[in-house]
Design a protein around this ligand. Sequence first.
Ligand code: BG6
Length: 483
Amino acid sequence: MSFTADRLLLFGATGDLSQRMLLPSLCALHADGLLSPDLQIIGTARSDLDDASFRNFARGALEKFMPADRRGSMGVFLNRLHFQPLDATQTEHFGNLAKAVGTPGQGLAIFLSTAPSLFEATIAGLVASGLTGPTTRIGLEKPLGTDLTSSRHINDAVAHAFPEDRIFRIDHYLGKETVQNLLALRFANIMFEPLWNAAHIDHVQITVAETVGLEGRVGFYDGAGALRDMVQNHMLQLLALVAMEPPSSYNATAVRDEKVKVLRSLRRVAADETVRGQYGEGAISGKAVPGYVGELGQPSDTETFVAIKAHIDNWRWHGVPFYLRTGKRLPHRVTEIVVNFRPVPHSIFGGPNATGGASTPPNQLVIGIQPEENITLSLMAKVPGLDREGLRLRRVPLNIAMADAFAGPQRRIAYERLLLDLIEGDQTLFVRRDEVEAQWDWVDAIRSVWDAGGLAARPYPSGTWGPTSAIALAERDGVTWHE
Ligand code: BG6
């Protein structure tokens, strides 16, 4: 049923995500007139706050996490906020919550960003208090389980109260502008699609590198690790968008149907196709940083780095490896997709190994997602000159910096887009149950391979690109990671 919610209920309203992302995003949407004047936002958490103290709390978060020039109408925005304390394990608390929500004119959007252990109790409380009717939709923040079994358990509990078309599973990478631009690049231009296959692409690399370490997330991260925290969701979504067949239209069903086909075509990974790593002491931007175990305060084998050679078993990608790597405490923050094309079939200039500057290395397309949003296509060009010593060629970049090409439009953080889509009910950028389960299925198999082989996390110094075996993983195929 299509409706624009006029009540937004935020679970975990005093949490880190709320302060850094949700409240600033809502305030920005408000400032730009994108929220209906009727929209009321009800925050809930265990904290013993009332409307006034929650508004103060939100003001503090906005002042800390929102650029000053975007806070113009903060005062009016704060008036939309209300608060109702709640212990999600106490079903009777939900009665007061329902009273605080009141009767929406159009509908209710719920955003659940709480510990997964509270999901079932929360859903039960929502059902008991009548907050799950046909004009309620629910957004679920990760982590949605720790493996396929626990994810199914959560999905079943949610499905008990909401049909799939009212469940919005968040993967915030899908809210990123450049990730959506990947679809525009592939499907709004004629020149890529004919080349986008095994006949013309040699391999693809996807890197999500972070410089941050544990960031105080001790309780959560050590039980998760990089495979579950980053590969299971963000990296597999990027891979699916790169590899999927053209959907028939840009809508939730068509796009998600194509993504899930890719996810289901992922081949089981062999033991020698993965590398686990854990950062040790080192330096980031010249500053000394402690190792993971030092930050954690106890021994641990949790991986903070993963590299995987993945294969998609279908016609389009037969024999094309997808090299994935992600890690914390790497030299710099970068998320990028690198598409490496095959060499020209016959070089009239002397072939790929020609000397004298006439070699023809293959074209490369680099899609920069963050921090720089740019698309760079490397092309071969002739070095100007009279060529008395033979013609010389050089790789030159055809570079589109999105910030220059679109200097006008406001750059928006992922949660602005996702919250607005949740309020308005567009599921295209949310993950469907079958996708999540296909993702877990593949990731669980990797964990089993690790367990069976007793694959320990190999140490790497902070500020380096992971264990040397990650470099070897690509280099034994003659591939160099793009840096
Ligand atoms: C989150 C992970 O989903 O994504 C974090 O839990 C990670 O560990 C974060 O730091 C990265 O997101 P972004 O948008 O900063 O790339």
